[in-house]
Design a protein around this ligand. Structure first.
Ligand code: A3P
Length: 361
């Protein structure tokens, strides 16, 4: 007799028990579904099919029965949301979600739309200091990613960390600025929403972007010359991906075709870093119609990196992580000069468009 043959029946037995277990599990789940089991709607449920009945009679523990019940509720919630989505997104001829049709709490009423690498993390943290501001901790990407947009307004509202007394509920997703469909989706969502656009010297923004891509890619991203002058062309490729967020006038024009200019506040990112952020935050306070909160003492320069950081109520500084405000890679001076030349007329155009002067325009 082979040494393995005595293990064979045991293996078969285990397989058999496993199949029986799975079948019973599926059966119990169908039992729950058929009975339309739902917490809070127990009046509709015939008396025997309660959690305690199933615990007593199915042979499964309370935790398993509860999980199955939760699963049934979850399914119900998802299909509710899908129904709402169909109504508002397809059914009525409107392809987009509308905040006015949502009766729950905490939908964003203010968005930092960009630009990438212009200081958006610092800005949302400074805004979060205000007692009347609640923010979404992470980048939300609701309007620019279909997989998030399809999850609906309940999902969107949950991204904001609730704060009692909050008047401005703010999210930041810097890709919105250059995403083609986002302006139309945002105006459909809430045409009186307030938008914040943060800009910095567009050449420095590119250098910052390239530095981040270099480290995030494990130093494998193509260099800036390869990205800006593909196939050894002699002029800058205006469609280069890394260039896009710096084309401030081009993308802002899309936004001001759907929003009044008065609903878009432009923050000068260079002023935000080089001077006490208090000055820019005061302007934002006014734009967002918040009570007076910011004062110069609320920000102190942290000596290692030289950036202003918020002073917390316990007196310590809340600075950003090491990936923000790090040393840029070294770039060829000729390339920098070409970029400056390229941006000179675009910067003038942007300054004219927004009616504001910048140190770099
Ligand atoms: P650098 O890392 O190139 O210096 P974002 O948050 O949009 O990705 O922008 C990152 C940029 O925020 C940083 O770019 C940095 O210059 C800027 N920034 C503005 N205020 C800052 C602060 N208080 N601390 C650190 N970085 C700040």
């Amino acid at each position: 007799m082979s040494p393995h043959s005595s293990q064979l029946p045991l293996k078969h037995m285990i397989c058999f028990l496993l199949v029986v277990f799975i079948c019973s599990f599926v059966f119990a789940y169908q039992y729950i579904e058929k009975s339309n089991y739902c917490l809070g709607a127990s009046n509709n449920v015939p008396p025997p099919f309660t959690t305690s009945y199933l615990v007593e009679n199915s042979g499964y523990g309370n935790d398993i029965i509860q999980k199955l019940a939760d699963y049934a509720i979850l399914n119900e919630k998802v299909s509710d949301e899908t129904e709402n989505f169909k109504k508002s997104y397809h059914g009525t001829g409107n392809r987009f979600w509308k905040a006015a049709n949502f009766d729950g709490c905490c939908l964003p009423n203010t968005i930092i739309i960009g630009a990438k690498k212009a200081g958006t993390r610092a800005l949302i943290n400074f805004l979060d200091m205000h007692p009347e501001v609640a923010v979404a901790r992470n980048e939300v990407h609701f309007f620019d990613r279909e997989e998030n947009y399809s999850l609906g307004l309940k999902w969107y509202a949950k991204r904001v960390k609730p704060k009692q007394g909050a008047k401005a509920l703010i999210e930041k997703s810097p890709f919105y600025f250059i995403d083609k469909e986002t302006p139309e989706k945002v105006v459909a969502y809430n045409s009186s929403i307030r938008l914040i656009l943060l800009v910095r010297d567009p050449v420095n923004r590119i250098l910052s972007d390239q530095t981040q891509l270099y480290y995030n890619s494990g130093k494998t991203t193509p260099n800036l010359v390869q990205k800006l002058y593909p196939d050894n062309r002699s002029d800058i490729d205006q469609t280069a991906k890394i260039l896009q967020p710096s084309l401030y006038a081009k993308y802002l024009r899309r936004w001001i075709t759907v929003f009044p200019r008065t609903q878009i506040h432009i923050v000068d990112g260079d002023k935000l870093t080089q001077a006490n952020p208090y000055y820019e935050m005061k302007l934002l306070e006014k734009f967002l119609r918040l009570s007076s909160f910011y004062s110069p003492e609320k920000f102190v320069v942290e000596k290692t990196k030289g950036f202003y950081c918020p002073v917390q109520p316990n007196g310590t500084l809340k600075c950003l992580s090491s990936s923000k405000g790090r040393q840029h890679l070294e770039f060829d001076q000729k390339l920098l000069n070409q970029l400056k030349l390229f941006f000179a007329p675009l910067n003038k155009d942007f300054a004219r468009l927004v009616g504001q002067d910048f140190s770099w325009s």
